[in-house]
Design a protein around this ligand. Structure first.
Ligand SMILES: NC(=O)c1ccc[n+]([C@@H]2O[C@H](COP(=O)([O-])OP(=O)(O)OC[C@H]3O[C@@H](n4cnc5c(N)ncnc54)[C@H](O)[C@@H]3O)[C@@H](O)[C@H]2O)c1
Length: 477
């Protein structure tokens, strides 16, 4: 049984601490927020994460998991210290804010009485392993102590975090101290996952490159969705057809309102910043971010167009279904719902909303929002002219559209359903009486907005560019 302290008891820290305790270790989770630790000590989870409650309860009962706000209680006597504090976007709006990591490193150092391995689980810019080591050595009271730093990036997904911790695709460890990396690897042996040991920079970069690749897949399929809309193809089937190709894979090819959450937006920005800092302009990553931003806007633009164009949202009742950035979590960091609701409010709409678990989060992080929080989907859409599905909650998928339609306001042609996550298809929604708009379901073509084959090419910018491209090609040949 190893003795472990996990610094930072959020989505990653609490899952890591509880699951390591479940593997038989003795774990103390530390956080500077009193309220969080008090709730945990009282047997209450400060976050919503399926399956975590039971693990916390059983490991606390077995006396293998405890909680503290006090470094002098958490640090002495442990073999490993995980740093799992938040690393949000910095005040410059670009790089990562490392202040919480630096504070944690200082507090760890001031309370160390023995040799220890410090493990960077937070996502930190490439080179942070050195920074953490430096901060700790600056503040050590006993300079003869040996402190090794190992980077161990986390790849879990909120909503399925317990499953992901227990069934990782891989464990990545990076360090200048191979023995320390091997000692951390031992903690993970019961998970029977591939363990990859690299140098420090490489491990840190694997995390950023992985997130950037996944975000690229999302922006890629969202761009395909826009093209599908104009050409009359259905992106859900395009994604399925692509996904059978093992070189491509089906995951992360769901067109929608773009990525959000506590990781992708900030990590992609931080990677672009790191590249810029060393003199490389990250073209692809910038396009990924731009596409993602525009994709959120699409939901409001479509709704406005369907309800009569510019200024048509003023005074209308609009339901927003889903606040969390994805299903099965109460996390709203960088959630598309935040921008969408702000834009709706700016456009003069009365917003009604419902989310199965994230309402408390919304009320905390958006205290000034003038929105009506409702008890369920039916209450949210009652009297509304339009509804936007923002989060892919499973219960939304199971909604009876005719029942929803029946309580909505009368609008010429039917109320508008913007299905931001492609949970339904046009046929079932139209039968229920909605004017339906999914993402990338061929909608513009279907409504005759674009040319059909054989029609004269319009003099659009895209068409002009294509002519120019073909001309340039001919010149080169
Ligand atoms: N959430 C995810 O899905 C996920 C996945 C992979 C990696 N990560 C990375 O893991 C890290 C943590 O993410 P999170 O979502 O768990 O964040 P979080 O905000 O949920 O939790 C961070 C916790 O650290 C605490 N904290 C801050 N400063 C502290 C200090 N000096 N001492 C002790 N505690 C302190 C905060 O109070 C908070 O409870 C981030 O770097 C994130 O990028 C997150």
């Amino acid at each position: 049984m190893k003795r472990i302290c996990v610094v930072g008891t959020g989505y990653v820290g609490l899952v890591t601490g509880a699951c390591l305790a479940d593997l038989g270790n003795s774990v103390i989770c530390l956080d500077i927020v009193d309220e969080k630790i008090e709730r945990l000590r009282a047997g209450e989870l400060p976050i919503f994460e399926p399956g975590l409650d039971a693990i916390v309860r059983r490991t606390v009962a077995a006396k293998r998991l405890s909680f503290t706000t006090d470094y002098s209680e958490g640090v002495p006597g442990v073999d490993y210290i995980f740093i799992a504090v938040n690393t949000p976007t910095g005040p410059d709006g670009a790089g990562a804010d490392m202040s919480h990591v630096e504070d944690a490193a200082k507090s760890i150092a001031e309370n160390l009485t023995h040799d220890v391995i410090v493990i960077n689980k937070s996502t930190m810019p490439v080179g942070s392993g050195n920074l953490v080591s430096q901060r700790i050595h600056e503040h050590l009271r006993d300079t003869s102590l040996k402190v090794s730093v190992v980077s161990n990036p986390e790849f879990l997904r909120e909503g399925v975090a317990v499953h992901d911790f227990k069934n990782p695709d891989r464990i990545v460890l990076g360090s200048t101290d191979r023995d320390a990396a091997d000692a951390v690897a031992k903690l993970y042996l019961p998970l029977r996952a591939p363990i990859m040991i690299t140098n420090l920079y490489t491990a840190e970069m694997i995390k950023y490159a992985s997130n950037a690749f996944l975000a690229t897949k999302i922006s890629f399929i969202n761009e395909m969705a826009r093209i599908c809309d104009l050409l009359g193809a259905d992106v859900t089937e395009v994604a399925e057809g692509m996904g059978y190709d093992k070189r491509i894979g089906r995951a992360f090819l769901n067109a929608g309102l773009g990525y959000g959450g506590s990781c992708f937006p900030k990590d992609i920005k931080a990677l672009a910043f790191m590249a810029d800092e060393v003199g490389l302009h990250p073209q692809l990553i910038e396009a990924v971010m731009k596409i993602n931003h525009d994709q959120r806007r699409l939901a409001v633009e479509r709704l406005e167009a369907a309800l009569g164009g510019s200024d048509s949202l003023r005074g209308k009742n609009i339901a927003v279904l889903g606040l969390a950035f994805k299903d099965n979590t109460d996390d709203m960091r960088e959630a598309p719902a935040i921008d969408i609701i702000n834009w709706l409010i700016e456009a003069g709409a009365n917003v009604h909303t419902y989310d199965p678990v994230a309402v408390e989060t919304a009320q905390r992080i958006q205290p000034d929002w003038q929105v009506r929080y409702c008890d369920d989907e039916l209450a949210a859409v009652t009297g509304c002219q339009g509804v936007i599905i923002v989060t892919e909650w499973k219960r939304f998928r199971e909604l009876n559209l005719a029942e929803l339609r029946a309580v909505m306001a009368e609008v010429e042609g039917g109320p508008v359903l913007i299905d931001g996550r492609n949970l339904f298809n046009a046929e079932e929604a139209t039968i229920a009486g909605f004017r339906y708009f999914g993402i990338g379901r061929g909608v513009e073509r279907a409504r005759g907005v674009t040319r059909s084959r054989g029609e004269k090419r319009s003099d659009t910018k895209a068409a002009r560019n294509l002519h120019k491209y073909n001309g340039d090609l001919r010149e080169q040949q």
